[in-house]
Design a protein around this ligand. Structure first.
Ligand SMILES: [Zn+2]
Length: 180
C-alpha cells in the first residue's frame, strides 16, 4: 500500500469512528462473556413468547443485575430487558448510581432505556444488534453521547451482533408463520 493511501485509510477510519459508536473490537473478553449470558436471558424471554432481548449489569466480573424483556407477561411498557436489569442492580447494590458498572444488552437501547442509563450514570454500554426503528444509542439518535446531558456513556456496538439479531429474526419469522 502506498503511503498516501495508508494515511487516507487512517483518516477515513478516524472519521467513521467519530460518528459511529466503537465497534466490537473494543469489547473485552469479559464483555463478550457477559453478552453470552444476556443472550441466554434473551432466549428465556423468547421461550415465554416475548421479543427475545436480554441484559446483564456487571461490576468487574460479578453480575449485579439481570433482566429480559417481560412486556407481554407483565403488560408493562417499561419492562424492557436493560430497564429490569438496571433496577435489579440498583436494588442489589442499594444505590441508584451504577457508576462502577457496565451494561450488556442484546439489542440497542431505546430512548427510555438510554435515558435510564444516563440517569443511573452507567459508564459503559455494550450492545449486540442495532435497532433501526427504535434505537437511541446510534441509530435514530444517541442519548448516550449527547453533550447537553450531564453524563456521557461509552457505547460499544455490534458485540455478538449476529447471534443477537438472528435470535430476533427467528422469533419474528416464527410469529409471522403462526399468524398465517
Ligand atoms: Zn428500552
Amino acid at each position: 500500500m502506498g503511503r498516501g493511501l495508508f494515511y487516507l485509510r487512517l483518516a477515513q477510519r478516524a472519521a467513521a469512528r467519530a460518528i459511529a459508536p466503537a465497534r466490537d473490537h473494543e469489547a473485552t473478553t469479559l464483555d463478550r462473556a457477559m453478552m453470552q449470558r444476556a443472550l441466554d436471558l434473551a432466549r428465556e424471554a423468547g421461550a415465554m413468547g416475548e421479543v427475545p432481548v436480554g441484559a446483564v449489569v456487571y461490576r468487574g466480573d460479578e453480575i449485579v443485575g439481570e433482566g429480559f424483556n417481560r412486556r407481554e407477561v407483565d403488560q408493562d411498557p417499561s419492562a424492557h430487558a436493560e430497564h429490569i436489569a438496571m433496577l435489579d442492580a440498583s436494588r442489589r447494590l442499594g444505590s441508584w448510581r451504577l457508576d462502577g458498572c457496565s451494561l450488556a444488552v442484546t439489542l440497542e437501547p431505546c430512548a427510555m432505556c438510554a435515558g435510564l442509563i444516563v440517569n443511573a450514570r452507567v459508564p459503559r454500554v455494550v450492545y449486540g444488534a442495532r435497532d433501526p426503528k427504535a434505537g437511541f444509542a446510534g441509530s435514530l439518535g444517541n442519548l448516550l453521547v449527547d453533550e447537553r446531558l450531564n453524563h456521557r456513556v461509552r457505547p460499544i456496538a455490534g458485540v455478538l451482533e449476529r447471534e443477537s439479531s438472528e435470535l430476533l429474526k427467528r422469533f419474528f419469522a416464527e410469529l409471522r408463520k403462526r399468524k398465517r
